[in-house]
Design a protein around this ligand. Structure first.
Ligand code: NAP
Length: 309
């Protein structure tokens, strides 16, 4: 019997309590999934941020901590976590992000807000250019960023991206390094942030990098709130340098009622819904990593703790 501790919020338990055992059965894994297992007996921990588990020291036999989230910035720096940590790469999460990013890119590209017939019934046709004359840059070309880049390139956009290591993606101009970031930002109309939050990416959109972007560009952030220096973005919006920001993630969530983003005319707030893990497909990934752990095979999507993602 493989003992799997489920440590996440109550609503997550309702979503996963049946699908994880079912996915494990598909792989002939005899799993006991529970929320109250003796610490020393635990073989794996399925984890999403919650207040009840912050000290991983007592889990002396735990072979891996399997995150239910793609972003691991809250758990990766935990000094008590010595076990391997795997983040979640889930086809359902990826598809959801592609749809959300494509929708919001198209909103700005087509000028959808402007062209919905105004209440004064004025008639000002200004057709949008074709996608091939619109530049979209994606910071982060990992599981989610690369999927979005390919989808947008497939629609004809001029797509560029930036990652830590050099990449080759068909139809996408790939940059890396400091000069690459400069070039990626200098040649964009719509910027999408899909970087993980690490010490190296915190406040990556700041007064200096915003100034590199062409006047009138748009920012779409489904990555993490702290990728953006909020004061610098608000100044750039007020100055008209950035024409709009569509923000799904924030330093503090839920976004506090008095936050200036709520009332800013050039900001669209969405409540961290760009994409979410889909229990059925995520459970298959969790089960596969348990199978790998039991077979002594390398885990999928192992987090590099020194890089923080
Ligand atoms: P991932 O596969 O780990 O990809 C991260 C990408 O960022 C990689 O291309 C990586 O470069 C690049 N990167 C990391 N640090 C960098 C640095 N210092 N300089 C340049 N590039 C850097 O992550 P993912 O699965 O695509 O997810 C990305 C983020 O999306 C998550 O961390 C999470 O914060 C966010 N997210 C948000 C939602 C939502 O609903 N809003 C849902 C899911 C995820 P390399 O390729 O060279 O490693």
């Amino acid at each position: 019997m493989i003992n799997v501790l489920f440590s996440a919020k109550e609503h997550n338990w309702q979503q996963y309590k049946d699908v994880i055992p079912a996915a494990c059965r598909q792989l002939d894994l005899d799993v006991c999934l529970g929320r109250d297992l003796a610490e020393a007996d635990v073989d794996y921990i399925v984890y999403a941020p919650n207040k009840s588990l912050t000290d991983f020291t007592p889990f002396t036999h735990c072979k891996a901590v399997l995150s239910l989230w793609a972003g691991v910035e809250t758990i990766a720096p935990n000094p008590t976590l010595t076990q391997p940590l795997c983040r979640l790469v889930d086809p359902g999460l990826e598809q959801g992000m592609v749809e959300w990013v494509t929708g919001h890119v198209l909103r700005h590209h087509l000028g959808i807000d402007k062209h919905i017939a105004p209440t004064d019934h004025s008639w000002t046709p200004e057709p949008a250019p074709l996608a091939r004359s619109r530049r979209v840059t994606i910071l982060g070309l990992g599981a989610l960023g690369a999927a979005c880049a390919k989808a947008l390139a497939g629609l004809g956009f001029q797509v560029a991206g930036w990652s830590r290591s050099p990449k080759q993606i068909e139809g996408v101009t790939c940059h890396s390094g400091d000069q690459g970031l400069h070039d990626a930002l200098a040649n964009t109309d719509i910027l999408v942030l899909l970087l993980p939050l690490t010490p190296a990416t915190t406040d990556i959109i700041n007064e200096r990098t915003l100034a590199i972007m062409p006047a009138g560009s748009v920012i779409i952030n489904p990555g993490r709130g702290a990728l953006i220096d909020d004061a610098a973005l608000l100044s750039a919006l007020d100055a008209g340098h950035i024409s709009h920001a569509t923000l799904d993630v924030f330093r503090v969530e839920p976004l506090p009622q008095n936050d200036p983003y709520w009332h800013h005319p050039k900001v669209t707030v969405t409540p961290h819904i760009a994409s979410e893990t889909r229990p059925e497909t995520a459970a298959e990934r969790i089960a596969e990593n348990i199978r790998r752990g039991e077979a002594g095979e390398p885990f999928l999507n192992l987090v590099d703790r020194t890089r923080g993602y």
